[in-house]
Write a protein that binds this ligand. Sequence first.
Ligand code: CTP
Ligand code: MG
Length: 225
Amino acid sequence: RQLVAVIPAAGIGKRVGATIPKQYLSILNKTIIEHSLAPFLDLPEIKRVIVSLAENDQWFASLPVAKHPKIETVVGGAERVDSVLAALNKIDSDDYVLVHDAARPCITSGDINKLIHNVKAHQQGAILASKVRDTMKRSDASNSILNTVERDNLWHALTPQMFINQSLMNAIKENKQPEKVTDEASALEMSGLPVNIVEGRSDNLKVTREEDLKLAAFYLSQGEI
Ligand code: CTP
Ligand code: MG
């Protein structure tokens, strides 16, 4: 089985609200997507890195990383899951896939290796996740608290998420509620298939809102401590 990375990068970054998609904003002299790609390009056991781009993407081709021999691109779709599926279609069903958001620039090779090791050892798909630390509240529609949600066994789902391509593709294609498939694991969960959690670093944030740019810049300036 080959190991192939899939990087969905076809989003517009509406919530960050910049004039260009967030993955092309620069932090410490490199675009966010280049930070996100770097450890996957560096790991020798990862043979291909497939980047899913918007049909009208005007930025990726001019990045130095676009010429890296491991890099391939595909045209993504309207939702993240469509962009992921477009890349999965280019990959052998027996291969392992590691799906990682272009908008998660602080991913470390240490965490990627930990995930790969777990999937190979348990022969089961797995995701990186970090433990919820805050006290969690559930409210009604008018923001009045209903209760405190038990925090034990509650996790933030991160990426990468790693599966055998066939199981992931089947789970996505069989799924009847695509609006609920916000990550790869959710597709397998809804098919009743087991997925492991591998505890990852909590600094592996997704740049979602403008203020996340400052945090990502700080974490990147610190390196892999
Ligand atoms: N993504 C994608 N194709 C889409 C939507 C999202 O490949 N149709 C990618 C994004 O580029 C990002 C990752 O999926 O790397 C996570 O999605 P998200 O954080 O929601 O990014 P955007 O959709 O770009 O942001 P927003 O929802 O604020 O518009
Ligand atoms: Mg989005």
